[in-house]
Every structure is written in C-alpha cells, then in structure tokens.
Design a protein around this ligand. Sequence first.
Ligand code: ATP
Length: 239
Amino acid sequence: MLAVRNLEVVYDDVMLVLRGVSLDVPAGSVVALLGANGAGKTTLLRAISGLLGVHDGEVTKGEVTIDGEPVHALRPAAIVRRGVSQVMEGRRVLAELTVEENLRVGGHTRPREIAANLERVFALFPVLAERRHGVAGYLSGGEQQMLALGRALMASPRYLLLDEPSLGLAPALVRRIRDLIAEINRQGVTVLLVEQNARMALSIASHGYVLETGRVVMDKPAGELLRDEDIREFYLGLG
Ligand code: ATP
C-alpha cells in the first residue's frame, strides 16, 4: 500500500500548500484524486515521487510510506527503484528523440528489463510499435500521452502516479486512455489518478479523494462520489 499521513508541504519556505493530507492507495486499486486548479494535487504527486525539491517545495510534516517503509526523505531515483513512477502533466516526451529512445530513457533504472518492458509497452500500445523509429515530437497528443505512459511503465512500477492524462484530449481519446489505464491496472499496477475529468476518473477508480486548498474534504467510494450532489454540480456539470 502507498500511504500518505498528515502531509504538510511548503513552497519557498512560507507558502503552506498541503495542510495535513492523509490518503491510502491500496495495492491493486485505482484511486482518484480530484480537486480544482491549485488545490495541491500536483504537489501531492511530487511529494510522493520525491520531486518537490526540484520545485523549491519541502515536506515539513507527516510522511509517505510504500509498503510501510518511509520514502519522503529519499531521492527521486530511489523512489522509482522502490516501484513508483510518475507521468507528469502535459505528457513531457523528449520531442527530438524517437519513440524507442524515449522508452529506453524510461527504462534506465531497470536496464536488465528493457527488452521485456519494450515488448509489454508495444503490446499495450501497438501504435507506438508502428512509430518506434519515428520522432516523438511528431506524434499526436493522444499518442504522446501513450508514450508518456509507456515510458513510465519501462521502470516496471508497482505504483503509477498519473497527472491529468486526459488533459486536452478529444472524448474518444479520453475513453481510450481510460481503458488503457484500466488494462494497466488489471496487469497488476496500482494507480493514483489525478484528474480534472472526474467522470473519467471515477469510472475506473474504486475510491476517490477531493482536495480543496490543501486539505482532503471528501474521501469516499467512487460510486458514492458519483452520486454526491456537490461532486455532480462542481465536477460533473450536472447541477
Ligand atoms: P493544477 O491542476 O492547476 O496543476 P493542482 O491542484 O495540481 O492544480 P498544485 O500545482 O499542486 O495544484 O499547486 C498548489 C499551489 O501551490 C498553487 O497555489 C500553486 O500556485 C502553488 N505552487 C505550485 N508549484 C509551486 C512552486 N514550484 N513554487 C511555488 N508555488 C507553487
């Protein structure tokens, strides 16, 4: 299980952005993390994957544990080796490298598993196999999102942190990405899914959390969140 306990995060020594967040991502599950812009979702993912320091952020209280072991003081590469991979918002592929080169970069922490992981990624995303020697910058938005997912899978993660994978994609592609995330989960990868698209996230998650200005304000099974009046109004536009 990935567990976050009473986590407090500060940017630039003064700005308190997470105010005591606790959340559980049980092994094997998909958990959705919802919230408006600026609520602190990306900050929470960065805190889990050890990337806060890069952004002048600091954990000032609380802890993150993976299978009971505290990881919040580890470097990002050590956290990746413990089985956590993050796909950042905006599908940051290395635009000048080929599809295969991007995937190989993603696999650098597991050099012995590169061949098997390439095969697995190409089986999940046949379009990446077709474009294997093509330059990543020329892929469509949906294909770049697949490449970003594939690159994260190259590290053989047990936990995958996804930051808005549906952002900017047309509805048919959002469904495709959702189905692929569900398939990755069926293959045994636990997923923490940050999404503005609450409908998409709650359709595959078993549980959801809502973050508001750095605090968890709702923590419920996905089915209950889908029926909640406030969620329907603010996140599903069904008010
Ligand atoms: P979004 O969906 O817009 O990314 P979010 O819920 O992911 O929103 P965060 O990106 O975690 O929210 O941002 C939470 C708060 O922290 C915001 O007020 C933001 O301006 C601030 N913040 C984020 N990154 C930094 C940084 N590197 N330095 C200072 N403040 C930051």
